[in-house]
Design a protein around this ligand. Sequence first.
Ligand code: HEC
Ligand code: HEC
Length: 356
Amino acid sequence: MMHKLKLIVPFVFAIFVLVACNTSDDVSTEEEPKENDKEQTEEVTVDQELEEAKNRFVALGAMPIPAENPMTDEKIELGKQLYFDARLSGNNKLSCASCHAPGAGYGDGLATFIGFEGFEGHRNSPTVINSGYYEEYFWDGRAGSLEEQALGPIQSEVEMNQNLDELITELNSVPGYVDSFDHVFSEQITADNIAKAIAAFERTIVVTDTAFDRYLQGEEDAISVEAKEGMKLFAGKANCISCHAGPLLSDHNYHNLGMGGDDGRFAVTGNENDKGKFRTSGLRGVAHTAPFMHDGSLATLQEVVEYYNTGGGAHPNKSVLMQPLSLSETEVSALVAFLESMSGELPMVKKPDLPQ
Ligand code: HEC
Ligand code: HEC
């Protein structure tokens, strides 16, 4: 009966109904004298809750490809070479793969990045897995496309510290690159084309075929019973889905989770209310990308869920969606199992031979 009620209330109120639902369940458990009846009702309720939860998730779908940068095998191969090539940095020591390494979930495994000549950054290197699905890039969304993003770290003094004109001169001294750019773009080496090739390669780094996705497609046993419990919590009591929603499991929006020390989105909008807001992370592949959050402050998925369980830290801009969750240890583990079920296998990319 509670579930019928749940279906007719608007989506935004679902969490409150769930809270009410749990409370009345507790009461009825205490007052219910007939063991058998109780078990039967609970069994039916559980399945229905799982179906309802499952129906709130959607498949990821195909990677969107911008019309002005079509994918070709040659372009992807060129982009891969550039991605792994330390000649893209001012001291020829750092490549994109230094901080977005296939073996570290396409991040660097560090809490915060180490940049040019040992510069100690204050943000975590995010993964490039599924990054082509975002609409805005960086933790604060300051870049509008992967093409735009790629030239950022190359020029950043604290990352690769490479002047673009000098880079083009340097790559022009490598006949293999001159040929490849000519072949792929029918043009000379330009910053634009460097960015396009790298972005095309990044769009091949995807995690879509996860156990979670197979479960959504109807493979009942694709995820464990524990992960199914986690799915219910994610869409229900823990309310993760209020932000981690839609095909990417990100609402493409910015939220303050109660973490201080970084103004986040404010740097882009100049709006006080945006202080400390960061873009909601997509979650496929997440088990491979520890440590977590914009500052890498949470080392494991368990710590992430425990952070949410407390309702987050104190910040004037903290989202109203951040509330203490009263999750038991078992429920925390179930959420972790669910996050793991979305993580699939990483695309394995080896460092290619670089053009000479
Ligand atoms: C020294 C480490 C370092 C290097 C080298 C580096 N990055 Fe990053 N990358 C970062 C950090 C840190 C961020 C997040 C910065 C922020 O949000 O302010 C980031 C962000 C990104 C993002 C955004 C991901 C998202 O979810 O929005 C992409 C894509 C990316 N880098 C690709 C690249 C490419 C391509 C290169 C090479 C041209 C590169 N990076 C070089 C550390 C690095
Ligand atoms: C109010 C919106 C909101 C809610 C609710 C929310 N998240 Fe998040 N989540 C975010 C944002 C925003 C980030 C990035 C925050 C940052 O880096 O500081 C994030 C980051 C994460 C990350 C780390 C991703 C990474 O690569 O570092 C995980 C894992 C995660 N959330 C899982 C969950 C789970 C599980 C729940 C429910 C218990 C949940 N989230 C509830 C908005 C939300």
